[in-house]
Ligand binder design. Structure first.
Ligand code: AMP
Length: 174
């Protein structure tokens, strides 16, 4: 089995979660497996190693797992994009629609270095609303998005088209 098929074999698809009609891509078996976790981190690191990423925005909650590990590998800072009411200090907020809900994301004011090269990281790209909101927060913070990295892309939902112009990469596509 090749490296990517190995990772893909560790993704669990849960039908009708969290709502009827949603096929939820559960990454927990994949991150529990040391080899699969290393492979996906190696893949994303290689894709962005030459992009001089200075700060990574990880999207709550699964984007924190990959974002933190990638920040360590790429020598970048890490900025959490959190759900409302979780950040203790003053924050910018952006609202958006997901595949199954309406939500908002927040980032602490003053998180970004001026003009910093930022990579936005999440586990799944579905309709693109979440990653677009994170990108809007980067712009509000005075930095710029040089790329988006996802472990899984649900290509049939067309999320890519919603993202601002930047490099968009995913390890596993459905
Ligand atoms: P979207 O804004 O539609 O691109 O949704 C992306 C966000 O919702 C990510 O943070 C994902 O973790 C989560 N998400 C959306 N759809 C799924 C799915 N089918 N399986 C797992 N996570 C999903």
């Amino acid at each position: 089995m090749d490296r990517i098929s190995y990772c893909s074999s560790k993704i669990r698809t849960v039908p009708d979660f969290p709502k009827p009609g949603i096929a939820f891509k559960d990454i927990t078996p994949m991150i529990a497996d040391a080899r699969a976790l290393q492979i996906v981190l190696d893949e994303v690191t290689e894709l962005f190693i030459d992009d001089r990423v200075e700060q990574i925005v990880g999207i709550e909650a699964r984007g924190f797992i990959f974002g933190g590990a990638l920040a360590a590998r790429l020598g970048a800072g890490f900025i959490p994009a959190r759900k409302p009411g979780k950040l203790p200090a003053e924050a910018d907020a952006v609202s958006y629609d997901t595949e199954y809900s309406t939500a908002s994301l927040e980032i602490h004011k003053g998180s970004f270095a001026k003009g910093a090269r930022v990579l936005v990281v999440d586990d799944v790209l579905a309709t693109g609303g979440t990653a677009k909101a994170a990108a809007d927060l980067v712009e509000l913070g005075g930095a710029r998005v040089v790329g988006f990295a996802f472990i899984i892309e649900l290509g049939f939902l067309g999320g890519r088209a919603k993202l601002p112009p930047a490099k968009v990469e995913s390890v596993l596509r459905y």
